[in-house]
Design a protein around this ligand. Sequence first.
Ligand code: NAP
Length: 242
Amino acid sequence: MKYALVTGGSRGIGRAVCVKLACMGYYVIINCVNNLQEALKTLELVRVAGQDGEIMVFDVSNSEQVRKTIGEWQEAHSDSFIEVLVNNAGIRRDEILALMPEDDWNRVVDITLRGFYNVTQQVLQPMIRRKYGRIVNMASVSGLNGMQGQTNYSAAKGGLIAATKALAKEVARKNITVNAVAPGFIKTDMVEGLDEEALRKTIPANRLGTPEEVAEVVGFLVSPVAGYITGDVISINGGLYT
Ligand code: NAP
C-alpha cells in the first residue's frame, strides 16, 4: 500500500488532489479541521476513483494535535510510511496592513508556516529512513509577487516557498523531493465573495483555474518521473504573473 497525506483535503484544491492521488494508486489520508461532512465526500470520491482512504482531523497549526494524530497512525502502520505529503491547508484573511488585526496576521502565518513545520517534521523521518518521499507545498502567486491587501498571506506563502527551497537542499540526497505549486485564482470556497467578473479581466486566460488543473501539477510532481525536480515552484495562473 502506498500512502499519501493531504492537509486540507476536505474541499477545493485539496479534494481534487486527493482524487488525483487516488487515481495514481495511493491510499489517501484526508485531513480536515472543521468540515467532516466535506471530508467524507472527498473520501467517497477517492473510493469512486478505485482506492481507499481515511479521514484524519487535526489543526495543522497545533503541534500537539499533529504529533498525536499522525504519530498514532505511524505507530499503527510501523511497516509502512507516508511517502507523499501535500501541505495544502490554508486560509486567507485579507485586509490592508494598516488595519489588519493581529489575530488575522497570526492565524494566516501559523496555518501556513507552523502548519508546514508541524506536519512535515512528523512525516519526514520515515521518508529519510526509507530514502523516498515527495513533498508538495501549496503556495500562491501572492507568495511570489506580493498582493496588496494580503501582506499576511503573501508573507506566509513567500515563507513557504523559501522553506521549500531550503528543505529541498537538506533532503535531496535522500531521494526526497520538495516543491511548491503557486496557483493564481482557482475556483474554490476561498475565492467566494470576490468579484469574479473583475478578476477575469486581470487574468490573461480570461477565466479562473479549476482545482483539477492544480491537482494535475501536484500529480506530476509526486510521480516517480519527476525525481530530478526539487526546490522548484510551478506557477499555474492562466498567465497572471504580476
Ligand atoms: P478552501 O476551499 O478554502 O479549502 C481550505 C482547506 O484547508 C479546507 O480543506 C480546510 O479544512 C483546510 N484548512 C483550513 N485551515 C486548516 C487548519 N488549521 N488545519 C487543517 N486544515 C485546514 O481553499 P482552496 O482554495 O482549496 O485552497 C487550498 C490551498 O491552495 C490553500 O493553501 C490556499 O492558500 C492555496 N491557494 C488557493 C488559491 C485559490 O484561488 N483558491 C490560490 C492560490 C493558493 P475544513 O474544510 O475542515 O475547513
